[in-house]
Design a binder for this molecule. Structure first.
Ligand code: ATP
Length: 442
């Protein structure tokens, strides 16, 4: 499995998905940049989540709150106290630092040295707003996107004239000064979250918790994650976060083990009550029908864009030893296919002239590329043998390859090759856009 990890990291760099941040300066601790294919892939995941939340459920609205907020938010939320701190230990010999709960024994995993007593290490990233770097101007990069949602609970409720239950969804960056960032993009200090906060009557919290738990699992399965690689894990009482009444993780079978990709939490009235107390502003809800006033409970679905992207990558990665190509040149090499779902695959269609030394073929292929480009994320490739080009596209998960050959010049049709079945069919150029649109929406 460690081998799979190396292969994924290498593929990501080689094919323009993910690069180490600031690489020419030796890299920058646990930060990654998403390349041309990575950003497409990521945007597709985010769009799919956004559509699922906002179009799939009529009572959810969107929000894009600022990353920087009043430091009072973080006092009220409990993030500046022990609640949002991990236990840090340091090796007395090599001075490497570790998160205590990640260690299997009480020795340094790097040199077997003795460890210091654990101390609390707060994960909030500090920054300063304004010209003077003093305590008054100090604030934090948000550690979770949901606080921006709580800040706007009343604004959204009033301006959108909503009734409980309803949800607010948001996608955005979050920052945590993790002690041990590791496992590629799994645990980083800067990452992106997709969070939805569902405001409901306390009596109905359990019902909604179960509802959202199932909905979220369905999203991963619908986007192609194999059932045997994903599961729920309920939190024990002792491991619940400071805000949670109940929590379940969705865990994926990563190359380094089963780990959380998303959490579903019943946060009770912790957040709104806390902010009401600290701000002095009323944050309760008045039900016009029952004349009841109460602080809503919050059911949260909190997923990581980067972690889910990693799970989609790992799950769709397939190697075929000796190659699967029967019609074009035999390779004897290992062929890689990324069997990404059509909604999230970064490139939908590749346009390939059969050979590149025939100007009339190249001209026609360029015309076909221009035709498809406004409709689909498309890539043009004329370098290397056709078999090699198919393999290059399979490796990045491209769904269809359109080949322009000599018959095209006579009949104005092309072959369309399907990534998964490798079957090829001839389609008139005139019908090509519609044909692909239909295939991609099936
Ligand atoms: P962990 O136990 O792995 O540190 P957590 O339980 O603290 O995670 P939550 O606070 O529930 O995580 O955050 C919700 C989601 O945000 C996680 O399921 C994950 O997808 C994402 N996330 C949290 N921390 C990170 C990180 N350091 N790097 C990448 N994604 C993260």
């Amino acid at each position: 499995m460690a081998d799979l990890m190396e292969k994924i990291v290498s593929l990501c760099k080689r094919r323009g998905f993910i690069y180490q941040s600031s690489e020419i300066y030796g890299g920058f601790g646990s930060c990654y940049d998403f390349g041309p294919l990575g950003v497409e892939f990521k945007n597709n995941i985010k769009k799919s989540w956004w559509d699922e939340m906002l179009r799939g459920h009529e009572t959810i609205v969107g929000l894009d709150a600022a990353i920087l907020m009043s430091p009072k938010v973080w006092q009220a939320s409990g993030h500046l106290t022990a609640g949002f701190a991990d236990e840090l230990v340091e090796c007395k010999k090599c001075h490497h630092r570790f998160r205590k709960d990640f260690l299997e024994k009480n020795k340094c995993p790097d040199c077997e040295g003795d460890l210091t007593e654990p101390r609390k290490f707060n994960l909030m990233m500090k920054t300063f707003v304004g010209a003077v770097e003093d305590e008054v101007n100090q604030t934090y990069l948000r550690a979770e996107t949901c606080q921006g949602i709580y800040m706007n609970f009343k604004n959204v409720l009033d301006s959108m004239r909503l009734k409980i239950p309803f949800g607010i969804a948001q996608i955005g960056k979050a920052f945590r000064n993790e002690i041990n960032p590791k496992d590629f993009i799994y645990r980083t200090r800067e990452f992106e979250q997709m969070e939805m906060q569902w405001f409901c009557h306390p009596r109905e919290a359990d019902k909604w918790f179960n509802f959202w738990k199932e909905e979220r699992m369905k999203w991963y399965l619908d986007l192609g994650i194999k059932k045997e690689n994903i599961c729920f894990r309920e939190h024990e009482k002792g491991e619940l976060a400071h805000y949670a009444k109940k929590a379940v993780d969705i865990e994926y079978n990563f190359p380094f083990g089963r780990k959380e990709v998303e959490g579903i939490h019943n946060r009770g009235d912790w957040d709104l009550s806390g902010h009401e107390k600290y701000s002095g502003k009323e944050l309760s809800y008045f039900d016009e029908e029952t004349k009841e006033k109460y602080i809503p409970y919050i059911i949260e679905t909190s997923g990581g864009v980067d972690r889910s992207l990693f799970a989609f990558l790992a799950d769709s990665y397939e190697e075929i030893k000796g190659g699967r190509t029967k019609t074009t040149e035999a390779t004897k090499e290992i062929e890689v296919v990324l069997k990404l779902d059509k909604k999230i695959a970064p490139i939908k269609v590749a346009v390939l002239p059969l050979v590149r030394n025939k100007p009339e073929l190249v001209k026609k292929a360029e015309e076909v590329f221009e035709l498809l480009k406004p409709h689909f994320m498309a890539q043009y490739d004329e370098v290397g043998s056709i078999g090699r080009r198919y393999r290059r596209q399979d490796e990045i998960g491209t769904l269809f390859a359109v080949t322009i050959d000599f018959e095209t010049l006579e009949k104005d049709d092309v072959t369309v090759r399907d990534r998964d079945t490798m079957s090829q069919e001839r389609v008139k150029i005139l019908d090509l856009t519609q044909f692909l649109e239909k295939k991609l929406s099936e």
